[in-house]
Design a protein around this ligand. Structure first.
Ligand code: UT7
Length: 328
C-alpha cells in the first residue's frame, strides 16, 4: 500500500505457546504399536511429540498460551478471544469464554471449528473484526489435545498427532506496521469430509492419510502462491514459509513446487508432530526464537486439514519475542 495514510490492518504484536511437559518418542510408541522409529521418521519427519497429562484439557493449554501471548505483547487485556480447536473441553458451551475468564477478561469469546486450518481461519476472522471496528485487540488461539480423540491402537494416526497450543495477539494498526497481516484467503471442499473425521457415533478420529497427503500438497501450493501474489510478492520475496506441520514430506513438496529453498521452510515437526490448530503458531514461535524469522521478513502461513479446509495468510513479521511455556 502506498500513499501518506496506509490503510488500517490487523497487526501481530504478541506470540505465545504452551506445550505439555510429557514427551512421547517414536520408540515409546513402538513398544505398544506395530511401528518403528525409522518408519515414522522417514515417512513423516516426526521424532517425538508432546502429550497432555490426564486431566489437562484444551482450555488449560489455551489459557496458558493466551497468557504467554499477552505477556509477549506487553498487554493484559483484549476484547476478543477466538479459540480454534477440534477438541473443546465440552460440546456445550464453547471453551473460549472459560479461557477468557481464566485470563481475567470479559471479552467476546467463541470457538471456531476448522480442524488443522483453524488458526489461519481464526487469524483471518479476527483481522476482519479488527479492521471492521468490531474489536480493538484480539487473542487468536489454536489449541488441540488430539490424544483425547486419537485411537492409540491406530498406527496411521497415533504416531502423527501431538498436543499443544499457540496464540497471537492481533491489534488494530496500519498496513505498513511491522506485524501487519496484508492478505488472507480461505477455502473448503466438503466433498472430502470423510477423509479426516470422527465418524458419527464414534469417539476416535480416522484419517485416509494417502488421499489427504496428495490433496494437501496441491492445495497448499496453490493457496500459498495465491496469497503471495495477492500481497504482491514473488517467490523470491518470501523469506519464510510457515506451513501446517502435518508431514515433513508435504512441506518439502510444497516448497519445491513453490521454488523455495529448504532453508526458507519453517519446520518443528520433528519435536512436536502434528498439533492440528496449534501447529502454525508453534512453528512460528520456534522459528522466531531461533532467529530463522526476523523483523521485516515476509511470511506465508499456509494450513490444510479436515473439512477439507485450507487457508493462507501473508504477514510481515515484527520484532515480537515469543513467550513459550510448558505445563503438565
Ligand atoms: O493435519 C491434517 C492434514 N493431514 C495430513 O496432511 C496427513 C497427510 N498424510 C500423511 O502424512 C501420510 O499419509 C501418513 C503419515 C499418515 C501415512 O504415510 P503414508 O506414507 O501415506 O503411508 P500409507 O498410509 O500409504 O501406508 C503405507 C504402508 C501401509 O502398509 P502396506 O499396506 O503398504 O503394507 C501401512 O499399513 O505403511 C503402513 N503404515 C505403517 N507402518 C509402520 C501405516 N502407518 C504405519 C506406521 N508404522 N505408523
Amino acid at each position: 500500500m502506498t500513499g501518506p495514510h496506509p490503510a488500517p490492518a490487523a497487526v501481530v504484536t504478541g506470540l505465545g505457546t504452551c506445550l505439555p511437559e510429557s514427551v512421547v518418542t517414536n520408540d515409546d510408541l513402538s513398544r505398544h504399536l506395530d511401528t518403528d522409529h525409522d518408519w515414522i521418521h522417514s515417512r513423516t519427519g516426526i521424532e517425538r511429540r508432546r502429550r497432555a497429562a490426564p486431566g489437562t484439557g484444551t482450555g488449560d493449554l489455551a489459557a496458558a498460551a493466551g497468557a504467554a501471548a499477552l505477556k509477549s505483547a506487553g498487554r493484559d487485556d483484549c476484547d476478543l478471544v477466538l479459540l480454534a480447536t477440534t477438541t473443546p473441553d465440552r460440546r456445550c458451551p464453547a471453551t473460549a469464554p472459560t479461557v477468557a475468564s481464566r485470563l481475567g477478561l470479559r471479552a467476546a469469546a467463541f470457538d471456531l471449528s476448522a480442524v488443522c486450518s483453524g488458526f489461519v481461519y481464526g487469524l483471518t476472522a479476527a483481522a476482519a473484526m479488527i479492521t471492521a471496528g468490531t474489536c480493538e485487540r484480539a487473542l487468536v488461539i489454536g489449541a488441540d489435545v488430539y490424544s483425547s480423540i486419537v485411537d492409540p491402537t491406530d498406527r496411521g494416526t497415533a504416531v502423527v498427532f501431538g498436543d499443544g497450543a499457540g496464540a497471537v495477539v492481533l491489534e488494530r494498526g496500519r498496513r505498513d506496521d511491522a506485524g501487519a497481516l496484508l492478505h488472507a484467503e480461505l477455502g473448503s471442499d466438503g466433498t472430502g469430509a470423510d477423509l479426516i473425521t470422527i465418524p458419527p457415533g464414534a469417539d476416535h478420529l480416522t484419517m485416509r492419510g494417502r488421499e489427504v497427503y496428495t490433496r494437501a500438497v496441491t492445495t497448499m501450493t496453490a493457496s500459498a502462491r495465491s496469497v503471495a501474489e495477492a500481497a504482491g510478492w514473488s517467490t523470491d520475496d518470501i523469506n519464510a514459509f510457515v506451513g501446517h506441520q502435518a508431514n515433513q514430506r508435504i512441506l518439502a513438496s510444497v516448497a519445491k513446487r513453490l521454488g523455495l529453498p529448504p532453508e526458507r521452510v519453517v519446520s518443528n515437526i520433528a519435536d512436536v508432530g502434528n498439533t492440528a490448530a496449534a501447529s502454525i503458531p508453534l512453528a512460528l514461535a520456534d522459528a522466531a526464537a531461533a532467529g530463522q524469522v526476523r523483523a521485516g521478513d515476509r511470511l506465508v502461513l499456509t494450513a490444510f486439514g479436515g473439512g477439507l479446509t485450507w487457508g493462507s495468510a501473508a504477514v510481515v513479521w515484527s520484532d515480537t519475542e515469543p513467550v513459550c511455556e510448558t505445563r503438565a
